[in-house]
Each structure stands twice: as structure tokens, then as C-alpha cells.
Design a protein around this ligand. Structure first.
Ligand SMILES: [Zn+2]
Length: 298
């Protein structure tokens, strides 16, 4: 094969981000792969140094692109590697087709993993498992806060989701939502103190019922990160004994039912870029700034 494309290699268009793709699954130049952000150590994930190979005069870019395609599909390429691959597939229909095929497989596996691992089993609605909820004012706009008898179970941002959507989340956990400001009185007080800068840890009990064991372990580890400090997705994965699980940690934090109180905003990418945040990365920035945390300190 040479860089000049034979006529048979020109059909499919370059891959586009698909609606079902999860952040981090397919890095773009602006969004490096989860935990794969330091260009100095890229040889590990692919098993070879893609950019060094590309630079060799005798290199066949199509061979290299096809060799890198599976790693790209599962989010293992560094940002510079992904940039090179996307540049190649923009002009090479054959390799674009190869990358697209691997991406479809990776997406299907992700969805399967969601069904097998991360979705709580369907459960009967518990009519007595009542979740009282109400609104709490904050510098981030109103929060929805819900609590069962066991503790705070859900927090939502009104700027991000409607009250109906928040209620639906409670129902999906088998809870019966009921407007009840008194049920959240204690946690509303703690949130008020936190946002006023007078509280650096929450004491209110938390209710993780209906949360899968892996997600619960991620949330518990995250809850231990002190006020104003940062950890990386990889730190949390390592703490849980599985340093390779950075992506699973990111996905679990994306399902954090109790943001702010379980401080997933303190978890950032290995290159100290913010990573994602349900409700928008602006909220993550505001929370970190309120805590005086600086991204350089992870
Ligand atoms: Zn090619």
C-alpha cells in the first residue's frame, strides 16, 4: 500500500460523532482520551509509538491508521495521535471506513456493558419508599434535592433539568417523589453553609440504594476527596485497585446521583483539564473556584 489511494479506497465519509457516543470514547482534538493525555507516554496503549512510526520515511500511513483504529475506537489514543488519525481519515475513505467499523463495535459493546453492568435491574416501584424533595437556592441556580428516610438520594441542577426530569430520576430508582421541603431541611442548611464558604464537608447521611456496586465504590472514594483538592480519574481507579478503569470511573461519576455533596467536581483528567460534568462544565468550574481549587494542583 502507498499513500496514494487505489480507486477502491474512496467510499465512506470520515466518521462523525454519533448521538449515542459517550464523551471520551472517541477523542477529538479538543477532547483527549480519558487518561491518555500525556503525549510523552503514548506507546503503551497501542503497543507502538504511532507518531514515531508515522515520521519514518518508509511508513505506510494506511497500515498505521488501520493499526491505530481499534485503539482510537476505545479511547486509547493520545490527543496528538487522534489528531493524526483524523487527519488521515479525512482524506482516506478506506481508513475512514475501517475506523467507522471499529467505532460501531465499540459503541455496541459500550451499550451492552451498560445493560449488563451499570443499569440497576428493573424493580417494582416501592410505594412506601418515599423521597421528599424540594428546591434549594445556590450560586449555581436552584438545586433540586431529594432525601429518603435513609439520607440524601438525589441532587439536580434546575438550570440543567426540569422538575419532571428530576422526579423521573427518583422514580427510576423505585422511589415515590413527593414535594416536601421539611424532608430536606438539614441538608439545605449544610448546602447554604457550603456555598457561603462556612462548611468544607457534608455530614448529612447519603442514600445510595439502587446504585450499582461499582458506581457506589467510585462515589465512596470520591466522597473522601477533601474540600479544595483535586484527584484524577486515574487516581480513583488506582485507589479502587484497577488503574486501567479510568473510563469506567468517568462513566460512574457521570451517573453521580448526588453532585456537589459527593464532590465529583474534584475529579479531573490526568492533564488537569476539567473532564465532563453533568449539568455543564461551567458548574464544575464554579464549584472548584468556590473551593479555591486550581487545576494546576492535581
Ligand atoms: Zn488510509
Amino acid at each position: 500500500m502507498t499513500a496514494a489511494e487505489p480507486p477502491t479506497r474512496s467510499a465512506p465519509p470520515p466518521p462523525q460523532r454519533l448521538p449515542g457516543d459517550r464523551p471520551g470514547a472517541f477523542p477529538t482534538p479538543e477532547e483527549p482520551a480519558n487518561g491518555r493525555t500525556d503525549p510523552g507516554s503514548t506507546a503503551g496503549a497501542l503497543g507502538f509509538d504511532l507518531l514515531a512510526e508515522v515520521a519514518r520515511p518508509e511508513a505506510d500511513p494506511c497500515d498505521l491508521a488501520c493499526a491505530a483504529a481499534p485503539g482510537y475506537a476505545v479511547g486509547d489514543l493520545s490527543a496528538p495521535e487522534a489528531v493524526w488519525l483524523l487527519g488521515h481519515t479525512a482524506t482516506c475513505g478506506y481508513c475512514a471506513g475501517e475506523v467507522g467499523g471499529y467505532r460501531r463495535v465499540a459503541t455496541a459493546l459500550d451499550r451492552l456493558a451498560d445493560v449488563l453492568v451499570t443499569k440497576p435491574a428493573p424493580r417494582f416501584r416501592c410505594e412506601t419508599c418515599r423521597a421528599g424533595f424540594g428546591r434549594v437556592a445556590s450560586p449555581l441556580g436552584e438545586l433540586f434535592v431529594a432525601a429518603t428516610e435513609a439520607g440524601v438520594c438525589e441532587v439536580g441542577f434546575a438550570v440543567y433539568e426540569s422538575e419532571d426530569a428530576f422526579r423521573a430520576r427518583l422514580e427510576a430508582r423505585g422511589l415515590t417523589p413527593e414535594r416536601d421541603q421539611a424532608a430536606i431541611g438539614a441538608v439545605a442548611g449544610e448546602l447554604g453553609e457550603y456555598f457561603a464558604g462556612h462548611r468544607d464537608r457534608f455530614e448529612t447521611p447519603l442514600d445510595f440504594s439502587g446504585v450499582t456496586p461499582f458506581t457506589r465504590s467510585v462515589l465512596n472514594a470520591t466522597a473522601e476527596v477533601p474540600f479544595g483538592q483535586l484527584r484524577t480519574y486515574r487516581d480513583i481507579a488506582t485507589q479502587l485497585g484497577n488503574p486501567g478503569a479510568t473510563r469506567a470511573v468517568g462513566n460512574a461519576l457521570g451517573r453521580n446521583p448526588i453532585p456537589v455533596i459527593v464532590p465529583c467536581h474534584r475529579i479531573v483528567r490526568s492533564d488537569h483539564s476539567l473532564g465532563g460534568y453533568t449539568g455543564g462544565v461551567g458548574i464544575k468550574e464554579r464549584l472548584l473556584s468556590l473551593e479555591g481549587a486550581y487545576l494546576g494542583s492535581a
